[in-house]
Design a protein around this ligand. Structure first.
Ligand SMILES: [Zn+2]
Length: 90
């Protein structure tokens, strides 16, 4: 599951993908639908129900963060994006 996240470029001229904290996301969307916030592996928007099911599965595996599909080496257990030299994106 991949989120639709922006990225920022830090002072080291590296790209850092922004990640989403699963717990915080569930808290913020307690009474709101998550529909369309995430795409499945085929790039199709996921339903609220499907997203919540997958988030629960990720949490069961110990994941804390969700990253972008473009982020190589992403650490879902808390480290997040490792940072990428800008050349990698071109
Ligand atoms: Zn990254």
């Amino acid at each position: 599951m991949y989120g639709l996240f922006t990225k920022e470029i830090n002072e080291m001229k590296q790209i850092r993908h922004l990640s989403t904290n699963i717990e915080g996301l569930l808290r913020n969307f307690k009474n709101k639908k998550l529909t369309g916030l995430f795409d499945d592996e085929n790039g199709n928007p996921m339903s609220d129900k499907a997203i919540r099911k997958e988030l629960a599965e990720l949490q069961a595996k110990g994941h804390k963060l969700i990253g972008s599909d473009k982020c190589k080496g992403f650490d879902p257990f808390g480290g997040g994006c490792p940072g990428h030299p800008i050349e990698d994106e071109q």
